[in-house]
Design a binder for this molecule. Structure first.
Ligand code: NAG
Ligand code: NAG
Ligand code: NAG
Ligand code: ZN
Length: 476
């Protein structure tokens, strides 16, 4: 029986379906991914997250890579997540079409797409909130709010642990610590929803470098921080240490979208909205409006990932007839943005004696472009085999790799970011210190003792943390 049922399924999906521009329901979503996987089996993998949605639907991802299922050394990882607000549906359809397009173009030997997939591990999640999508769709997709939340009425883009507050407190106390802050979290404001928990676990497991979170209701590329320092609800620019890089990333999307950066286009109705176009189609999150518990800031403050939030259009639920045109308007931007995973530098931090890679080394950057050295107070860490990725805009930098038990090593780097090319390679050979521990490495950036753990151990402790902080799900 089981065998028969399985073969029916594979028969159904064996043939290639022509991609249709329409609103794919939750079953059809899975079918599109399966079809892409059938057509491109050696460069794709479908996986589901550790949790299901509240109503029990699987949370699907499709991965594109030349080695599906594996992090490859020095190959940066990227993700798009769509439909986190269930009634904001364009991102979901764009991501499905993007999966279809990447497969088709790879097979057709499009050199740009082949190079992108050969050099990047790409993860695509069409829907983070399939329950909300169903409710929005069942009620006609007309309402500004119905279907926005998950089925427990939680707004998933307010449900992430608020690491901004921890970071703001660190700032007030003149502590430089501004990265990998999840371990400093002691309590949650509200229970973690299954959809949130599943994505947090993924963020902790996969060493993402860049991502975007796809929404609707306006047309703008929004970058961190989303939360204001003072608590002001609007108009307060909340700058990250990587402000220059985030603006560059947001502009990479807006300027390749047909209309987002067009200064003559109309706004979406709100007073502020028309102003976005005059800024190049980008905005700082808190300057627009402040929010706590968003996914974007969580990525930046808990991991090495840089994330922006894309508002893809005035209509949250555009009619199916507009989807093809929306794809045309967004296609180049979606591809060009993925290439930004390669800006800046990457390389390997390794032990100069054993030649082995060093995970959890801290990469600290000073900007030395014109004028005095300026520390960029947001460090990234090396991952499994000592490989690291540091997004940067063109300029001159002094980059230092630190690890307890080793002498730090600094190198001067000139970043140029050639178009659609892999990041410049900069390796660090760290010399072990064989003298007693009273010889401490002096650095002006914060090196948390916990970072000495192996990357995997750190992941485990975070996973445990997520599990032990499991709280009862609110009952309606
Ligand atoms: C995947 O398969 C296609 C078609 O058979 C082939 O051209 C391509 O080189 C393969 N790619 C990888 C990464 O195996
Ligand atoms: C949860 O799902 C049920 C069944 O589809 C639906 O009737 C209800 O309105 C949903 N609740 C929320 C808050 O989405
Ligand atoms: C580096 O400093 C220069 C000069 O102050 C500035 O224009 C540029 O935006 C800075 N770059 C970064 C990545 O902060
Ligand atoms: Zn939204």
């Amino acid at each position: 029986m089981v065998y028969a049922a399985l073969s029916v399924v594979s028969l159904l999906f064996a043939g290639s379906l022509q991609f249709q521009f329409k609103h794919h329901n939750n079953d059809e979503l899975a079918q599109v991914l399966q079809d892409v996987n059938n057509r491109c089996p050696n460069i794709t993998r479908i996986y589901t997250l550790s949790e299901t949605s509240v109503l029990g639907l699987p949370l699907y991802f499709i991965e594109f890579s030349t080695k599906p299922g594996h992090h490859e050394i020095m190959k940066p990882e990227f993700k798009y997540i769509g439909n986190m607000h269930g009634n904001e549906v364009l991102g979901r359809e764009l991501i499905l079409k993007l999966a279809d397009y990447l497969c088709e173009q790879y097979m057709a030997s499009n050199p740009n797409i082949q190079a992108l997939i050969e050099q990047t591990r790409i993860h695509l999640m069409p829907s983070m909130n399939p329950d909300g999508w169903q409710l929005a769709t069942d009620t006609g997709g007309k309402d500004y709010l119905i279907g926005r939340t998950n089925n427990n009425s939680f707004d998933l883009n307010r449900n992430f642990p608020n690491l901004d507050r921890i970071m703001f407190t660190n700032e007030e106390n003149h502590l430089d610590h501004n990265n990998h802050l999840l371990e400093q979290l002691t309590r949650l404001k509200e229970p973690l929803q299954p959809e949130t928990k599943a994505v947090i676990r993924l963020i902790m497991q996969i060493p993402f470098v860049l991502s975007a979170n796809l929404h609707g209701g306006d047309l703008v590329a929004n970058y961190p921080y989303d939360e204001s320092r003072s608590g002001m609800p609007q108009h307060e620019y909340s700058e990250t240490p990587d402000d220059e890089t985030f603006r560059y990333l947001a502009l990479a999307y807006s300027s390749h979208h047909e209309d987002m950066a067009n200064p003559r286009r109309r706004g979406c109705g709100e007073a502020d909205s028309a102003g976005f176009a005059k800024e190049g189609g980008i905005t700082n999150g808190a300057k627009w409006y402040s929010l706590a518990g968003g996914m974007q800031d969580f990525n930046y403050l808990s991991s090495n990932d840089f994330e922006i939030t894309l508002e893809l259009g005035c209509k949250k639920y555009p009619p199916a007839t507009e989807l093809e045109h929306e794809w045309e308007r967004n296609r180049d931007a979606l591809i060009h943005y993925m290439w930004q995973t390669h800006i800046g530098i990457k390389g390997i931090v390794y032990d100069s004696v054993s030649k082995r890679g060093i995970s959890n080394a801290v990469i600290h950057v000073k900007n030395v472009t014109r004028g005095p050295f300026q520390d960029i107070q947001h460090d990234v860490t090396s991952v499994h085999d000592g490989d690291y990725f540091r997004l940067l805009t063109p300029g001159q930098y002094r980059v230092t790799a630190y690890k307890d038990g080793y002498l730090p090593h600094s190198r001067m780097v000139s970043v140029t970011n050639p178009f659609h090319s892999p990041a410049q390679r900069v390796d660090f050979a760290l010399k072990p210190i064989s003298v007693p521990p009273y010889v401490r490495i002096q650095s002006n950036n914060f090196v948390d003792a916990k970072l000495d753990n192996k990357y995997e151990t750190l992941q485990d402790s975070w996973n445990n943390w997520i599990n032990t902080n499991r709280e009862p799900i609110a009952v309606q």
